[in-house]
Design a binder for this molecule. Sequence first.
Ligand code: AP5
Length: 221
Amino acid sequence: MRLVFFGPPGGGKGTQAQRVSKDAKAAHIATGDLLREAKAKGTPAGKKAAEYMDRGALVPDEVVNAVLRERLSQPDAKDGYLLDGYPRTVAQAASLEKLLAEMKVPPEKYVFISVPEKLIEERILLRRSCKKCGRVYNLKYNPPPKPDRCECGGELFQRPDDSAEKLRTRLDAYKRDTLPVIERLEKEGKLSVIEAGASGLDEVEALVRGALGLPLASKKK
Ligand code: AP5
């Protein structure tokens, strides 16, 4: 499938993408992950991205567009993709539309995971990610086997942009730059909206699977 997931920071896009991408036969492409990888490798794009990510601001479109274009050209994305965290600005949406039309692989579905702002801080501040496999936990809602260890044995860490102060900057960018993209898709009747505020991870997964026409997950995560 060819999918685009939207939602506020900490809304659960990455968690749900990890859960459904295999069944959707879609390569999970998260621009946040791509930029963090570039940053860790110290590439020119990574160094530029770090200036913005470290304060919770959006990375300039030309940097993200180049990273995304490169990733979408890889073989595993040919049969399907799940974009997570892109597009995030009206200009990125236009650039994506053009790129995917050129590649003849337009999105089939847009999914918006909607979560009220008051629930987001706790999710962000208690998030832990695995250095080894990338799995995402929450110390309260989706706890790891040990507070600092993943199921795979990898060490857990807290993202440097997951502070209350940086979250405010990220939420401002989301409202100013990303909501207009979401509102346009909704007006055009292209958006599946998942109300994910009060629901746990498994319930949200069931709603996402329903919206995508995928069978329900057979085993507990
Ligand atoms: P990115 O990594 O994309 O961050 P984000 O959009 O802020 O989203 P998150 O990864 O924080 O949240 P998520 O929705 O994936 O939530 P998750 O599933 O982890 O981007 C980081 C930065 O990179 C940006 O600030 C920007 O600088 C840059 N960037 C990236 N893309 C860009 C672009 N296109 N243009 C410009 N700059 C870009 O869940 C969060 C927590 O909640 C977890 O702990 C999870 O376990 C928990 N949780 C999930 N679902 C539930 C539930 N139903 N109930 C309870 N807890 C839940």
